[in-house]
Design a protein around this ligand. Structure first.
Ligand code: NAD
Length: 294
């Protein structure tokens, strides 16, 4: 039976690791926060003292970390994965990071004869717990096929292309979602200011072309003032920062992302960075001196 190293046991990593344990997988886990490791060890995993220790005896090594610097540290740092990685192993980075960093780290791992795929996710804590995440995969297709059964225990995976393609897909997702939520907040602000009931407007338009999962999830939040996460503003800022860095490198003009980034930074400046990204509704409330609550 294959052994899985799992590094990064936060909001997402912890339930993902627990789902692998529930499915009978043998896990060796590491996180800089030892209390998080304790919880997953209690659920049946083996404890590792470093990323290298988590990777050493594993066939597959999953990382679920905040951003590019953390993944770089875990792969290339002291007692990192690279110090022990060997031919036949597959590193699966499920964090959302910059595509160029994914490609760079993949090259370093491949130089040691192993594989690395990028497999960021969409869906949040609830879907991580249910094992129903959307997983976007980049890297060598042969490597993906070898770990597909492991990914299936955490959600539904889609192979997109070469190394970095999974991360590019995630950035596209975050671009569309961020702009869509801002559009919902802007449209509902117009309804409110012009004297129409935003909730009635919502019900009238949800079945038409303006309908979307963002409208379905975020408009009711705005009407209820319910902004518990969900997906936090600070994580979306991180993702849009990776979008902008990637876009700048390509001389790609992304005016809408720039606007949404400013709105999210403004919310963060107001101390609202840990709220759900639906809190773009609060930005519009402040901007226009209105309340979207019903
Ligand atoms: P988190 O901050 O809750 O968890 C990250 C974990 O990594 C923490 O437990 C932290 O202690 C650990 N860590 C940091 N540096 C480390 C190191 N050097 N070595 C070992 N462990 C280290 O974040 P999260 O919400 O679980 O998100 C993880 C990734 O998934 C992020 O890239 C995020 O953008 C993405 N994501 C999150 C959500 C969500 O709703 N939370 C949804 C989709 C994607």
């Amino acid at each position: 039976m294959s052994k899985i190293g799992f590094i990064g046991l936060g909001i997402m990593g912890k339930p993902m690791a627990k789902n692998l344990l529930k499915a009978g997988k043998s896990l060796v886990v590491y996180d800089v926060v030892s209390a998080s490791v304790d919880e997953v060890v209690q659920a049946g995993a083996e404890r590792a003292a470093s990323p290298a220790e988590a990777a050493k005896s594993a066939d597959v090594v999953v990382t679920m970390l905040p951003n590019s610097p953390h993944v770089r540290e875990v792969v290339t740092g002291k007692d990192g994965i690279l110090s022990v990685v060997r031919k036949g192993q597959i590193v699966v980075d499920m964090s959302s990071i910059a595509p160029l960093v994914s490609r760079e780290l993949c090259g370093l791992v491949e130089a040691k004869g192993a594989d690395m795929i990028d497999a960021p996710v969409s869906g949040g804590q609830e879907k991580a717990e249910k094992g129903t995440l959307a997983i976007m995969v980049g890297g060598r297709e042969e490597a993906y096929n070898k770990v597909k059964d492991v990914l299936d225990l955490m959600g539904k995976s889609n192979y997109v292309g070469a190394s970095g393609a999974g991360q590019i897909t995630k950035l596209v997702n975050q671009t569309i979602v961020g702009i869509n939520i801002a559009a919902v907040a802007e449209g509902m602000s117009l309804a409110k200011k012009a004297g129409a009931d935003p909730e009635k407007v919502f019900n009238a338009i949800r079945g038409g072309l303006a309908g979307s999962q963002c409208l379905e999830d975020k408009a009711p939040r705005m009407f209820e003032g319910r902004y518990n996460p969900g997906f936090r503003i600070n994580l979306h800022i991180k993702d849009l920062s990776n979008v902008q860095e990637t876009g700048r490198g390509l001389h790609l003009s992304m005016p809408l992302v720039a606007q949404v980034m400013e709105m999210m930074q403004n919310l963060a400046a107001d101390g609202r960075e840990t709220l759900d990204h639906g809190a773009l509704g609060l930005f519009y409330e402040k901007l226009n001196g209105i309340s979207l609550k019903n």
